[in-house]
Design a protein around this ligand. Structure first.
Ligand code: GRF
Length: 202
């Protein structure tokens, strides 16, 4: 079976990367991971990739000339691996048009809220969950969406909801949302990969 070639970009723990690695272990899953890139040398996700026998690269944003220089280095590495689809998974950098225009419509991200609620610049990690609780929301969740230059505003592929409990704090809510991201991301990648394969574009 033809499988779509994925790249996963990380900065940290890589638990969403792990969910994608596990999904790709199934020979019937329509995608496989060709490369994992981290902008941080100490990202735990790098070990997850290496343990799974996946090629890894560290591209440190501090060693490049501004955001665009960094993005060009990312694009070059991704193109050298001939990837079809790019998954941002806890990747803590904002991408410029240099990157986004190179892979139009083929970049996905996971965000730990029900976008458009609690998205945009500065809304990441615990800031998101703290904002949900401060707003008194009774539901939250995660969103897998396309990446465009407007942060967190790309088209939604799918969302999963969780209840916000009266005694939740940002950490307890984050845990419940993360568990849903681990289900949602492989589902969204399956949808995208099937579309790419059917449109014979992969
Ligand atoms: C996820 O909650 C993701 O939405 C956010 O950062 C977290 C990454 O977790 N951007 P991990 O590195 O995949 O474990």
């Amino acid at each position: 079976m033809n499988r779509v070639k994925l790249a996963v970009l990380i900065s940290g723990d890589g638990s969403n990367l792990q969910a994608l690695i596990d999904a790709c272990d199934d020979a019937d899953y329509p995608a496989q991971i060709a490369v994992v890139i981290s902008n941080k040398a100490d990202a735990r996700g790098l070990k997850r990739a290496q343990d799974a026998g996946i090629a890894t690269h560290i591209i440190n944003h501090r060693e490049h000339d501004g955001r665009e220089g960094f993005d060009r280095a990312l694009v070059d590495t991704l193109q050298s691996h001939h990837v079809d689809l790019i998954c941002l998974a806890g990747f803590m950098r904002i991408l410029t048009p240099v990157f986004i225009d190179a892979f139009q419509g083929r970049i996905l991200n996971t965000h730990p809220s029900l976008l458009p609620r609690h998205g945009g610049e500065g809304m990441y990690g615990m800031h998101v969950h703290a904002a949900v609780i401060a707003a008194g929301d009774t539901v939250s969740g995660c969103t897998i969406h396309h990446v465009i230059t407007d942060v967190d505003r790309g088209a939604v592929i799918l969302q999963k909801q969780v209840d916000v409990h009266a005694d939740d704090n940002a950490e307890t809510l984050a845990k419940r949302v993360l568990a849903q991201e681990h289900i949602a991301y492989p589902e969204a990648v399956r949808i995208m990969a099937q579309n790419l394969l059917y449109s014979d574009d992969a």
